[in-house]
Design a binder for this molecule. Structure first.
Ligand code: ATP
Length: 912
């Protein structure tokens, strides 16, 4: 028998006694701290991370860098010490920069992982609270509900209709029913330990409470997984494509470099010098820094998203976000505030209004303008009793002293489901609730709410030993289970006219955008049934409650933004069609679109549904299974779909969606695990913010790709053309390496954090199959690269023809022109249109990067000790004028050309 089998044949008292814990109080923090010292955190051991030393050494693994180092070593041995040392210094600096970038990227990624770390609801110091699962210790009392991932090995001490899916551990995918009773034997296999819940498995139905018996590596999961690699490789499609592109670029760069070297040698250049130049050129032209900068741009973007309360779980979704063309959003809590207040009741065939707002339990009941007292009305009292007892929420009052006179203020909050909280408040307003009510009833068992059934029931016993089933749920579904109605103080048979009346009232309330629940009961004789199907029948209908759940303020604007950005918003809700339509109208979602409910979807064939789906703006009374159908239909119509969800049953749809979105506050672990994005505030507006950031991140990646590649094209071209023209080398190796390190590196990083363009959310979503070079990027790289190369060459040629003996001067001019041309061009990269479209000062980091790059260049040109190392000399004003003109031409001329030439449009089109 394994150690874990030990607790199964103990009864609950033995287990809690063994762990010295009172289930009603839990451990206190001091005791939990002591136990944590003994057991360590509740975590499985992770595989070791790559050590920083290896990461640093990896920077030198690049083949061309090794060749360069070898070549430099040779030149050192030949006596060219300054060159050798300078080149080595630059290569080392480059490696350190690459290393820092990678460490930063890894740090931000692990910070992201931390954010999505699992939590658990635990009883500590007599209060339920949510803590990081890693902080659990043996003896902790943990509450579980449907959708939870089990945070440690637990012996269950309370269960309600609880089923756990244990395939992660046993391979068995059919969920196991769980109990809290002791088993007759302890030595049973894992799958039969019915009163245990194991780390890593998942609650698919029901609720329960358990005592932690093992944590971390001591758990059953820990035993089988001595090493669990939790770090997934998270590469985005763009990163993969860039890797492939990188390989092609290496080939092209090497080929061109070889041509440069050979042509140079044929033109009588010194073979060794040509070789060193060639290798430097290859090192410079190969965009080896690209993947790291992409990762940083992604990671920094993701951090900006976190600030806007969107947590990215899967990096690739950052890219997909920018392509989203439809957002399918839940209503309750995402589009609305999830702050419910019951405003209307209907019972005994009459309507009652309720005053008061929020969770403050002050308010009165009015019928036709006259106050009514619940204790005088049988049906109203029963309705409130069902509402309060068939309920798992808690209303908590906190008093504080406020104001000058330090008057006592009571603030109220709800622990649990807001819908149920609102019912507690309504009960309290009518004097139904509190300890006295709870003490007069004993709860025997519960059939928890699930969004498929849209109902919840509890079995209760009153003081006199009479047993009752109290049920609440969606009015339409509950009505189908009723045979009687409470009228005039007693249960009378439910006639068709009653049904019509109830349905009409339900619709009347729904049209007022109220969320409705119905209440029913049944007096029970005989044995209590053990499943909800046999229990929830032949009920006595009591009445309805309608609650307001106001739309979130910011959502209306977010939906308008979506419309401008070519993204359609679709509401998907379990609520009544009329409630959904009323809220959709208030939010501006409907806009002429169609509305459909769950049963209509059920009846439609796949093809018919697909045809209709594109015009449907509101889905009402749907079950989670319909969500999957909706996602698939929209995807087949070519949409990139973002879909929200919170329950266990939402997971398949979340997984199938292009962007699966889970709720950070109300979402289950299972939905979060299936998602690629978690909303920290459950708010629809956060999705829109994430999409905006997603679009911006992709734009920024395109920006520095156009910068880096055009610069590289320019660098290769100037050398290549010079060799073809039989000119001397326009740039020496150290200058090329310098350009690669300083001029390319700093501004490219600043482009990675460029603020969004104003029109980011005014254009249609990007086509997900679009090439990175589409939309003018390819054209920009080629045209600007060509101009930078030509311009540098011409400047070099002018200087060289003026004084052929002063090669250093001509080379300095070429160097300065190349650097300056790139530093001007970087501003051109910031807009998909021309350089004139954005103020150069709107990205201060870029200005800083450009100014520092320029200053460093002036430093190596004017600081005498550096001049021999960089083969530079100080320039006269007249020469600077040449540099300035030559450097400005590529951007200005190409910009002007862009406006005139239809060629660009042609190139753009063929790239798509
Ligand atoms: P959305 O899908 O937009 O979040 P929703 O919260 O109404 O909408 P569900 O939570 O699946 O979706 O609820 C569906 C229906 O079930 C509700 O309209 C209501 O009639 C009923 N319902 C909701 N909560 C409870 C509950 N705690 N007990 C009983 N019935 C409930």
């Amino acid at each position: 028998m394994s150690e874990g089998g030990r607790y199964v044949d103990w009864n609950v008292e033995q287990v809690t006694g063994h762990f010295k814990v009172d289930p009603a109080e839990g451990l206190d923090d001091a005791e939990a701290g002591r136990r944590m010292e003994q057991t360590g955190p509740n975590q499985l051991a992770e595989a070791e991370r790559i050590s920083p030393v290896v990461l640093l050494l990896n920077q030198f693994k690049d083949f061309m860098v090794l060749v360069l180092l070898a070549a430099t070593l040779v030149s050192g041995l030949l006596g060219e010490y300054t060159d050798a040392i300078a080149i080595i210094a630059i290569v080392v600096l480059n490696a350190v920069l690459g290393f820092v970038q990678e460490v930063r990227a890894e740090k931000s990624l692990s910070a992201l992982r931390e954010l999505s770390a699992p939590t658990a609801r635990v009883m500590r110091n007599g209060e339920w609270s949510r803590i990081q699962a890693a902080h659990l210790v043996p003896g902790d009392i943990v509450a579980l509900e449907s959708g939870d991932r089990i945070p440690a090995d637990l012996r269950l001490i309370q269960t309600a209709n609880m089923y756990i899916e244990e395939s992660a551990l046993t391979g068995e995918s059919v969920p196991t029913s769980k109990t809290n009773g002791k088993l007759s034997r302890g030595d049973v296999p894992l799958g039969d330990r019915k009163n245990m819940a194991f780390l890593g498995t998942m609650v698919v139905r029901g609720t329960g409470i358990g005592v932690v018996v093992h944590t971390g590596m001591e758990t059953e999961m820990g035993r089988i997984a001595h090493l669990i690699q939790t770090t997934e490789a998270m590469q985005t499609p763009l990163q993969r494509r860039l890797e492939q592109l990188g390989k092609i670029l290496i080939g092209v760069a090497l080929l061109l470099t070889a041509v440069v070297v050979v042509t140079g040698i044929l033109h009588g250049h010194d073979a060794y010098k040509m070789f060193l130049s060639g290798v430097s050129l290859a090192v410079a032209a190969i965009p080896e820094g690209l993947p790291a900068i992409v990762t940083i741009a992604l990671a920094l973007g993701v951090q900006r998203m976190i600030k806007r309360r969107a947590i990215v779980r899967k990096l690739p979704s950052v890219e997909t976000l920018g392509c989203a063309s439809i957002i399918c959003s839940d209503k309750t809590g995402t589009l609305t505030q999830n702050k419910m207040t019951v405003t209307h009741l209907w019972c005994d065939r009459r309507k009652i209004e309720l005053s008061g707002s929020g969770y403050q339990p002050d308010g009165d009941f009015y019928r036709d303008g006259r106050e009514v007292r619940p204790d005088k009305e049988v049906a109203l009292k029963r309705l409130l009793e069902v509402a309060v007892l068939c309920n798992n929420a808690r209303l908590i009052g906190e008093s504080s002293r406020e104001g000058l006179l330090r008057r006592k203020q009571e603030t109220w909050r709800v622990d649990g489901d807001p819908t149920e909280g609102a019912l507690l408040v309504a009960g309290a307003k009518g004097g139904v609730g509190g300890e006295s009510l709870l003490q007069s009833w004993t709860r025997i068992r519960e059939f928890p709410f699930d969004s498929e059934r849209k109902m919840m029931s509890v079995f209760l016993e009153d003081r006199g030993g009479k047993r009752f089933l109290f049920t609440k749920g969606g009015p339409d579904v509950l009505l189908e289970r009723c045979t009687h109605i409470l009228q005039g103080g007693r249960a009378v048979p439910l006639k068709e006219s009653h049904r019509t009346e109830i349905i009409q009232m339900n619709e009347e309330l729904a049209k007022m955008a109220l969320r409705n629940l119905a209440f029913a009961y049944r007096e029970w004789q005989g044995a209590t049934p053990d499943n909800e199907r046999t229990a929830e029948r032949k009920l006595v209908f009591v009445g309805l409650a309608g609650m307001i759940d106001p739309p979130r303020e910011e959502v209306k604007e977010a939906i308008r933004t979506c419309r401008r950005a070519g993204i359609r918003t679709v509401m998907i809700t379990g609520d009544h069609q009329m409630t959904a339509v009323a809220i959709a109208r208030q939010l501006g979602i409907l806009q002429g679109g169609a509305t459909v409910n769950g049963s209509e979807i059920q009846q439609m064939g796949e093809a018919e549904f697909r045809k209709k789906a594109k015009d449907i703006h509101v889905y009402a009374r749907v079950s989670p299974e319909h969500k999957l159908k909706i996602v698939k239909a929209l995807q087949e119509e070519g949409h990139v779909v973002a879909m929200t969800g919170d329950g266990v049953n939402d997971a398949p749809a979340i997984k199938a969606a292009d962007i699966g979105i889970a709720m950070g506050v109300t979402g289950t672990d299972v939905s979060k695990e299936a998602s690629s994005l978690v909303l920290a505030d459950d708010n629809f507006a956060t999705i829109v913010a994430a999409i905006e950031e997603g679009r911006n991140i992709y734009d920024n990646i395109r920006k520095f790709i156009s910068y880096l590649l055009a610069s590289n094209v320019g660098e290769i071209l100037v050398m290549f053309l010079a060799m073809l023209a039989g000119l001397p080398l326009p740039l020496v190796p150290i200058q090329i390496l310098w350009v690669n390190l300083v001029t390319d590196g700093l501004p490219a990083m600043a482009l990675g954090v460029d603020p969004a363009e104003e029109d980011t959310m005014n254009r249609d979503p990007r086509n997900s199959r679009e090439n990175i070079f589409a939309g003018g990027v390819g054209w920009k790289i080629l045209s600007r690269g060509l101009f930078i190369g030509l311009s540098t060459l011409v400047a070099f040629w002018i200087a060289y023809s003026e004084s052929p003996d002063d090669l250093v001067r001509a080379q300095t001019i070429a160097f300065a022109t190349l650097v300056m041309a790139q530093l001007i061009y970087v501003f051109d990269c910031r807009s998909s249109r021309t350089v004139f479209h954005r103020s150069p000062f709107s990205n201060p980091l870029l200005v800083l990067a450009v100014v520092s790059s320029a200053a460093l260049m002036i430093g190596v040109m004017y600081y005498p000790p550096l001049q021999p190392i960089f083969h530079t000399t100080s320039l006269a004003l007249r020469e600077w004028a040449l540099v300035a003109v030559a450097a400005a031409i590529p951007t200005l001329a190409a910009g002007a050309l862009d406006m005139m030439l239809p060629l660009r449009r042609m190139v753009t089109r063929t790239e798509r």
